[in-house]
Write a protein that binds this ligand. Structure first.
Ligand code: GDP
Ligand code: MN
Length: 380
């Protein structure tokens, strides 16, 4: 789950990382009000779950009273990469001396946290990485130990810092983002820019935080941070219905029992040249209702051209799945082809239910996947 900038900054404040003073407005009038009652300059920032807002016109500095209304209105409702601006963060303007990039992320390859830093903050870091990879420092951090003094020495030297006071503040912030990541199950904490003000203060001017969804149930006092705004409608509904579901870009809708088999199904689809529209694990238990919910979610995606069931009955009973398909076809108006691989517990009963409805099944995963891929590449 991605957090909004203002939410990330609230977590920064909880951890003692300095941020500019600010307020969130949920209405344009409120934003105008906050700007009018603040000392200028103020900065108004679109709250959307994508980066590059600055370049898209979503971050503006206001220095004159007369410009407040027009500037707020120029950002409000703006479409930034498909996200509509419906929240603005109004912050005190700060005088920037230096913009730094600092982040920490979970690195699955090294099985460590990785701190990334660059003295050219503010701009897009991917651009710097392409042009001048050497400008970016990457350091693996042992999750049980955290940052040692040698890490900090390397960080300070890479950022060419010599003022002890600035070094102290940045070292402190680096420790804090490590603590946050570990304690709050964060996959990413990015501060871009982390700024040094003319007065020698270090502030987090932006925040990008990605929380590991699997950690959320363990977090205390976290309800207000939970949002579904970067999830597809299908993902939101699947979550409500207790299905494990991830949206993907392809056109083969997958309904599979068991996460491992679901992964293998997607691999095999790719192997035969197709593209899965989703990952979906209907779970181990038998429940026709789940099949109905799954079909409902998958068919609400217009891109899906064919539905592939891959059921290896263990605890899941094939006849229950078959009954689910039967009930779903009665309840829903499904006009795309359905390919069914069904084998295992109560296979005979399941196959009979489907054959009575005039549907074909196979026990071979390879055959089913090949057939689904062939159907998915046909012109509609
Ligand atoms: P992003 O484009 O979505 O990453 O938005 P940021 O929050 O990083 O802001 C983009 C840029 O706006 C920053 O790199 C700064 O250069 C500038 N900016 C943001 N806040 C202030 C501020 O208080 N004062 C000044 N002068 N510039 C700011
Ligand atoms: Mn930024």
């Amino acid at each position: 789950m991605k957090l909004y900038e203002f939410q990330g900054k609230e977590l920064f404040a909880r951890y003692g990382i300095p941020i500019p003073k600010g307020k969130v407005a949920n209405k344009a009038e409120d934003a105008i009000g906050y700007c009018s009652s603040s000392d200028l300059p103020v900065v108004v920032k679109a709250q959307v779950l994508v980066g590059g807002r600055g370049k898209a016109g979503g971050v503006k500095v206001i220095s004159e009273k007369e410009k407040i209304k027009e500037t707020v209105n120029s950002i409000w409702g703006l479409d930034i990469k498909g996200y509509k601006v419906e929240k603005l963060l109004v912050e005190e303007g700060v005088e920037i001396e230096n913009e730094i990039y600092l982040s920490i992320m979970v690195n699955r390859d090294s099985e460590r946290f990785t701190i990334i830093a660059c003295s050219e903050g503010g701009v897009d870091i991917e651009g710097v990485a392409k042009v001048d990879p050497g400008a970016i420092l990457k350091m693996d951090i042992d999750p049980l130990i955290g940052l040692r003094s040698h890490h900090k020495a390397k960080l300070f030297s890479h950022l060419s810092l010599d003022n002890p006071n600035i070094k102290y503040q940045i070292g402190y912030i680096a420790d804090k983002i490590f603590n946050m990541s570990r304690e709050l199950y964060l996959n990413l904490v990015e501060i871009n820019p982390l700024i040094i003000t003319k007065g020698g203060r270090v502030l987090a001017l932006d925040s990008k935080i990605v929380v590991d969804d699997n950690g959320i149930p363990f977090l205390k006092d976290f309800e207000k941070f939970i949002n579904n705004d970067d999830k597809s409608p299908q993902e939101i509904e699947a979550k409500e219905k207790g299905l494990s579901f991830v949206s993907l870009d392809g056109n083969i809708g997958c309904i599979v029992n068991g996460a491992g088999l679901a992964m293998a199904t997607m691999d095999m689809i790719k192997h035969f040249g197709g593209d899965p529209a989703n990952f979906l694990d209907v779970g181990g238990s038998s429940n026709p209702e789940k099949v109905i919910n799954a079909l409902n979610i998958i068919t609400s995606n217009d891109k899906v051209k064919v539905i592939l069931f891959n059921i290896f009955g263990g605890i899941t009973r094939c006849d229950d799945v078959a009954n689910g398909i039967k009930a779903a076809l009665k309840a829903l108006d499904i006009s795309i082809p359905i390919v069914i691989r069904l084998t295992g517990t109560n296979e005979k009963e399941g196959v009979k239910i489907l054959e009575d409805m005039g549907m074909e099944t196979t026990t071979s995963m390879t055959d089913a996947v090949k057939k689904a891929v062939a159907l998915s590449s046909k012109e509609a």
